[in-house]
Each structure stands twice: as C-alpha cells, then as structure tokens.
Design a protein around this ligand. Structure first.
Ligand SMILES: O=C(O)CCC(=O)C(=O)O
Ligand SMILES: [Fe+2]
Length: 263
C-alpha cells in the first residue's frame, strides 16, 4: 500500500503547509506567481523586513520582525502537531527531509535575506566595504538545500542552553527562529588556546542580543565559528535595557545544513 501511504503523506503535507503558512503553498504549479497577488505570509509585512548587523559580532544578523503574530501561531501549531514535546522531552531533531512547514520556513528565511532591508550603519567597525553586506554570503544562501537539519527546542521558564559553538558536523550558516517568549541570547568570544585571531582592545567579548518572538537570527563565519552562544534564564539573568524580561515558555527552531561527510 505504498501508493496509498504516499497519497496520505501528500495530503498531510499540503494540509501542514496550508495550516502553517496560509494558502500560498497549495499550488504546486510552476506558473509564476502573479505580482499583484497578496503576499502569502505576512511577516511583519514582507516590505518591512529589516536586518540589523549585530555590532561587534561579524556574521551575526537579526531580523526582529520576521514572522507576524499570525504566522508565529501557525508555525507553533505546526510544531505542536508534530507531537514532539512532552514533560519528558523538550527537544526534537530532524535530518534530511524536513517537515513541509520547515521547508516552507527555510524558503522564507532565504526570501527574507534576499529582499529584507539591510542596516549596517550601527556600531563601530563597519566600513564602506560592508555596504554590500548580506546576512548570509551568497555561496551559503544559494546552496541546495539551504537547510537539511532542524532542532526544535522548548524551554520552560528558567531553562536555557549553556554556552556552546554548534558542532562542526554542521556547515556554516545557521538560522534560529524564536517563538512564544523573548529571551536574551549572549554571544561570547571563543578563546581557544591556539586562537590566532587578532582582536582589538576595544572590541567587545560579550554581546547580548534580544530575541523577541517572531525574530530570526542568522549566523555565519565568525559568529558561527568563533563566538559561543548561550541563553541563561536563571532568575536575574535575563536583563534587557535594565529590566528583567518576563519569562514564559519559549520554543525555537534552529535550521542548519549537515556538512558533506568525508568519504
Ligand atoms: O534555542 C535557541 O534559540 C538556540 C538553540 C541552539 O543554540 C542550539 O540548539 O544549538
Ligand atoms: Fe546553538
């Protein structure tokens, strides 16, 4: 009954796409989309996608309003339907073929990088050379697939993740979408004993970034390889603009690409 199973899968996939991201993904036709048709995913409004280069951490970019609140709800519902999380399980990983909603999310990340406004005008250390800067270098942006691995993490209030650099078996170019609750993610420079990188005295070694629900963070190069990231949600640790963030449950989706295995 392979055919019946795959038909069911197909129906389920379409349903998942529709529920996750609206009607746009229903059509699998190759016909070009009408320019005048309404945008299938609102985001903060695609026209308003804006990227901020995080000052001090090369290769770290934040799009604060990647998903509208409706899109966040739909994405969360799609994750919920996977049935991954329970009291005993707060993390799920998928390799290879990602669920349809994650394929759609990956496409949206690429689109956001392509058409979002880029702001490199903040912070020291930016020169004219950076004017063409993009949240992802084009060799990463146009690889296929853009991502083939996902981790969904669910954090209760008080829970976070220790400082780490993502494993080397993952390629460069990592995206994190935040849902439900804001948090401060702290980036700290990795100081390996054999670190030959030259750092200016005034360069920061510790950079907090506020990840609001619906935000998207992209890291590549230095940010991915030479900075650790962590979320400390112990009482008193989630300070932003002098105030402690309210903690609630937080869900995140991290998208990565496996490195080709050496043969
Ligand atoms: O939950 C997050 O925002 C980050 C997760 C993360 O860094 C990881 O899974 O490697
Ligand atoms: Fe990580």
């Amino acid at each position: 009954m392979v055919a019946a199973a795959s038909y069911d899968d197909e129906l389920r996939s379409r349903e998942a796409l529709r529920e996750a991201f609206g009607d746009s993904s229903e059509s699998e036709s190759d016909a070009p989309r009408e320019v005048a048709s309404p945008p299938p995913v609102g985001g903060a409004g695609r026209e308003r996608w804006r990227w901020e280069a995080v000052a001090g951490v090369r290769g770290l970019w934040l799009c604060p309003d990647f998903l509208s609140s409706d899109d966040q709800s739909r994405l969360l519902a799609a994750i919920q339907r996977e049935g991954w999380f329970s009291d005993a399980n707060n993390q799920a990983m998928r390799f290879g073929d990602l669920p349809p909603w994650a394929v759609e999310l990956s496409a949206l990340v690429r689109e956001c990088i392509c058409i979002g406004d880029v702001n490199v005008g903040i912070g020291p250390g930016w020169t004219n050379e950076d004017e063409d800067a993009s949240p992802l270098p084009s060799d990463l942006l146009w690889r296929e697939p853009l991502f083939d691995q996902l981790i969904a993490n669910r954090y209760k209030p008080g829970e976070g993740i220790c400082a780490h650099v993502d494993l080397m078996r993952f390629d460069d170019g990592i995206a994190i979408v935040s849902l439900e609750s804001a948090c401060v993610m702290r980036f700290s420079r990795e100081c390996a004993a054999n670190d030959t990188q030259k750092h200016g005295e005034n360069e920061p070694t510790d950079v907090p970034v506020c990840l609001n629900p619906g935000s998207l963070v992209v890291m590549s190069g230095d940010a991915r390889y030479h900075w650790k990231h962590e979320i400390n949600r112990k009482p008193g640790a989630q300070l932003w603009n002098g105030r402690e963030l309210d903690q609630d449950r937080r869900t995140s989706v991290t998208l990565r690409k496996m490195k080709a295995s050496p043969n």
